[in-house]
Design a protein around this ligand. Structure first.
Ligand code: ZN
Length: 593
């Protein structure tokens, strides 16, 4: 029998608890305590309540919950003593049909895992789409997670337990994240196109204007037409543009979208999620025969990642009129100029055509972008959505400290001019200084001793500096302090240094009224509003220069890893993303365009 949220809200506590029985393995107390927070306005809110109950219960209760689970393909499965829910899951994933080798491998992993962590391995085997992971995926995940730190692995088990409960809850309520599934499936289909050299290894790489890139353009255009967009085209820089007219086709438009190019061996959702979500929204509008009082223009930006040419944001730059003429003469690793690549891809390849693609900015209401977080914060908090307050401004430097190379055995400690120790000291300062201010980060990602040797005091040390903050002022203050500290360290140690600024990008704070729209959209789903800065750059940064913008983040699984094939999202989270976007569109219907 399926139940409705209204029934659950109205039922006596004992009956409601009985309905939710089995969500958490042998642990009815989680649902019982969550039910004390009734009424729920959405399933997402009920799920969130259960997450909070378990978080508040403390580590002992959490470990006990994990231990209440059966081993994967373990004795309980073999002796058929699993709970009904677990039997269903382990059977669907094919674990009951393991080959003898697979079975032996899983038993070994079970033993190693138990020895390291002291609890059974927990994996939501129905996976991020709810349809089941393959045995190969299960074994690969198992092996990978063995390397985790115990604190992280405990949290990862709990996240998997919540995912298991989410799917079981969906089953009880007959809830299928249909729109989220569409987003998820689009990501799988688009990921079939990959550049040569990567495609053969099952890796996803789509760089600017390659054959795979053009195949993505074709696919996106096909989808846009299928979804009911009124105008679909590829512009001069290679962006895929779809327009869904408002009830008055001359009405202003909301601009949205993200990039479909990828880094090398990247993930399926970085950028692309921000195209699929509005596509599904338009499809729903079109199916319902609905027009909004404003137009919706969705752009799949052709290039954001700067992989093939030494230029980034080509797609959004062309839209805002920020396209440097010199870029056309840049050559890729094979010596092909950007102009030649454009012509080969059927684009005009002229500056005039690209400049003609600059939008008349008075025609737009603003820009919104949905993006996977690409960081660990939402995953760790077990929150599906985050509202972006600002895209961090950044500044980068390359530097070198010069001291004196000398014999590691004969040079007394008080007579050294060690360049590497100076940079190490600077790294400690960067860590301390950046930690002292919220939402500011600083990294020395490269630290090299050129032709260093085990028995030589480093005479030179080259290093990089990457400093980011939510405002330009905070970024500049950090940079000032770090450079002053570098000078003082070198003076004290009798060294000298060179430092060169290589990149500077302005912070892009969200437009307050647009940020509030995302916040209201998240609230409407019954979820807490969580505000966060974006540490990474996005197309919205470019649009920020010419119109109000705000972004919505979706949690990534696997500690939010991105620019990596492990980048992943669930269909349920994707559904929430679509719902949030629909809510934002609804809010805009109420304000005159
Ligand atoms: Zn991206």
């Amino acid at each position: 029998m399926t139940i409705t949220l209204d029934q659950l809200n109205a039922a006596p506590a004992a009956e409601a608890a009985r309905w939710l029985d089995g969500l958490y393995e042998h642990s009815p107390w989680i649902a019982e305590r969550a039910l004390q927070r009734r009424p729920f306005t959405s399933l997402a809110q009920l799920k969130r309540a259960m997450v909070e109950v378990l978080a508040e219960a403390g580590r002992d209760a959490q470990v006990a919950l994990i231990r209440a689970h059966p081993e994967l393909a373990g004795k309980a499965m073999v002796s058929k003593t699993l709970t009904a829910e677990s039997t269903n899951e382990q059977t669907t994933s094919g674990l009951t049909n393991c080959s003898p080798q697979e079975f032996a491998r899983i038993q070994q992993l079970n033993a190693d895992y138990n020895a390291k962590f002291g609890w059974p391995f927990i994996l939501a085997v129905r996976g991020p789409r709810g349809t089941g992971l393959s045995r190969a995926e299960i074994i690969a995940t198992f092996a990978r997670r063995l390397d985790n730190h115990p604190d992280y692995e405990l949290a990862e088990c709990l996240r998997n337990i919540h995912r298991i409960a989410e799917i079981r809850l969906n089953d009880k309520f007959g809830h299928e994240p249909v729109l989220g599934n569409q987003v998820w499936d689009c990501a799988e289909i688009l990921a079939r196109h990959s550049d040569p050299g990567y495609a053969e290894h099952g890796q996803l790489t789509v760089t600017y204007l390659t054959n795979a890139h053009q195949a993505c353009q074709m696919q996106l255009q096909r989808w846009m037409r299928d979804c009911g967009f009124d105008e679909v085209r590829v512009d001069a820089v290679g962006n895929v543009v779809g327009v869904y007219h408002g009830s008055d086709p001359s009405a202003k438009r909301l601009l949205t979208g993200s990039h479909f190019d990828t880094v090398r061996n990247g993930g399926k959702y970085d950028g692309r999620l921000g195209i699929f979500v509005p596509l599904v929204c338009v499809r729903e509008l079109h199916l319902a025969g609905r027009r909004l009082p404003f137009g919706l223009e969705v752009i799949g930006f052709a290039e954001e990642e700067g992989q093939r040419y030494k230029a980034t944001f080509l797609g959004s730059g062309a839209v805002t009129g920020d396209f440097a003429p010199a870029w056309l003469d840049q050559r890729d690793a094979d010596g092909i100029t950007m102009r030649e690549a454009m012509k080969a891809a059927g684009l005009p390849g002229t500056l005039d055509a690209i400049r003609a693609g600059k939008r008349d900015l008075s025609r737009y209401l603003g820009f919104v972008e949905v993006h996977i977080e690409q960081g660990p914060v939402l995953n760790e908090l077990d929150l599906p959505l985050g509202v972006v307050t600002s895209i961090n401004g950044s500044v980068r430097y390359l530097g070198e400290v010069i001291g004196m190379a000398s014999h590691a055995g004969t040079t007394p400690m008080d007579r050294r001019r060690d360049a590497a120790v100076a940079v190490a000291e600077l790294a400690q300062f960067v860590e301390k200084r950046a930690s002292s201010v919220p939402d500011v980060v600083g990294t020395i990602g490269m630290l090299n001793v050129p032709s260093g040797s085990i028995n030589v005091v480093p005479g030179r040390c080259t290093f990089s500096l990457d400093l980011r903050a939510t405002t330009n002022e905070a970024r500049d203050a950090l940079a000032r302090d770090v450079l002053a500290e570098l000078e003082s360290i070198c003076t004290r140690r009798g060294l000298h240094f060179k430092v060169e600024e290589t990149m500077r990008a302005a912070a892009a704070p969200s437009a307050p009224e647009w940020q509030r729209r995302w916040e209201r959209a998240v609230e409407s789903l019954g979820l807490p509003v969580f505000r966060m800065p974006s540490g990474a750059g996005h197309d919205a940064m470019k649009l920020h220069e010419v119109m109000p913008q705000a972004m919505l983040f979706l949690r990534g699984l696997n500690a939010g890893i991105s620019h990596n094939p492990l980048e992943s999202i669930t269909n349920d989270d994707a559904e929430l993303c679509v719902r949030a976007f629909q809510h934002l569109l609804g809010q805009l219907e109420e304000v005159p365009a």
